[in-house]
Design a protein around this ligand. Sequence first.
Ligand code: NAP
Ligand code: ZN
Ligand code: ZN
Length: 348
Amino acid sequence: MIKAKGIAAYSAKSELAPYSFERRDPKEHDVVIDIKYCGICHSDIHQARSEWFEGIYPMVPGHEIAGIVRSIGSKVIKYKVGDKVGVGCFVDTCRTCSSCKAEMDNYCLEGMVQTYNGVERDRKTVTQGGYSDVIVVDENYVLRIPETISLDKAAPLLCAGVTLYSPLVHWKAGVGKKVAILGMGGLGHMGVKIAVALGAEVTVLSHSDKKREDALKMGAHNFVVTQDQQNLQKYASYFDLIINTVSSAEIDMAQFFNLLKLDATLVSVGAPDKPLSINPFPLIMMRRNYAGSVIGSIKETQEMLDFCAKHNIAPEIEVINPYYVNKAYERVLKSDVRYRFVIDMSKI
Ligand code: NAP
Ligand code: ZN
Ligand code: ZN
């Protein structure tokens, strides 16, 4: 077994604290990765606090993992020692269902094996995530980080980046399309950068005026403060696509449905702890669509990394020490991060 050091939640109510544990010895197709950086996703907070479902404790969160290959199993062909690699939100799938065969493994019909707070396909080994110094992952679920992207900036791409890239590409954001990003946090700010690079006209819908200057610097064409109804009225029936990244259920969806054109789509990627309340009338009246999307496939994640390298896109990050994580969680909850915390795992 491989010794690992990490930071874990010991219960839904306790703060995260140091934790020593073991990783499996590499199997034939496994890659052993020295974790250098791990991003803090809002999903880490939802899960560490059992806001979605009862978590498995001790829980080492983290699914925005960037590091260097330490060693490889005897049959690994994709990676070699020293390669820059990443791991995102899942580390295995069934590989045989229609979704897996169609390279949409994020929609595996048997469910993805989550990078942490999940159980391996042996149905007993609990997975542990990236707030740690080492991880062992099957090569088919490991991503190649392009040379031009530094490891600290690569980390948030593994979840935040692909979670926005996938729906933007699927719903054809591009030249001539009017796209809105609702909520400009870790996910949202990547959405702005990617949608701009795809050539869309991009509008940020934000609950305060604080991020206006940043959004415009990132290339957004418009910035709208959603608290004022009058601001929203100017954009009635305006957008081809809205991506909702808001982490809270306390938003009035109907007012955002009203901003969609006939037949246009609002995609929720934000995953609040409580159900959203939906008034269907604005959907009914303009044949609008309401959809969801979960992260992206392994294939799309690699495509997104290469796209970001080509277009020189990287997240805005604040690099922190592992022992700052509890403070960081509080700041994420207050929307007080520009725009992703990334833990320097060499400091563990
Ligand atoms: P984040 O950095 O905390 O950003 C969330 C943003 O939502 C905030 O920056 C804020 O943007 C807005 N917001 C927060 N509270 C609000 C409130 N009460 N009213 C209105 N707006 C509010 O979180 P994140 O890491 O980007 O994650 C966002 C959500 O996506 C989380 O629920 C997370 O679990 C989920 N997620 C889903 C997937 C998926 O595959 N579908 C993947 C990753 C994460 P403004 O300040 O601009 O208003
Ligand atoms: Zn995430
Ligand atoms: Zn499958």
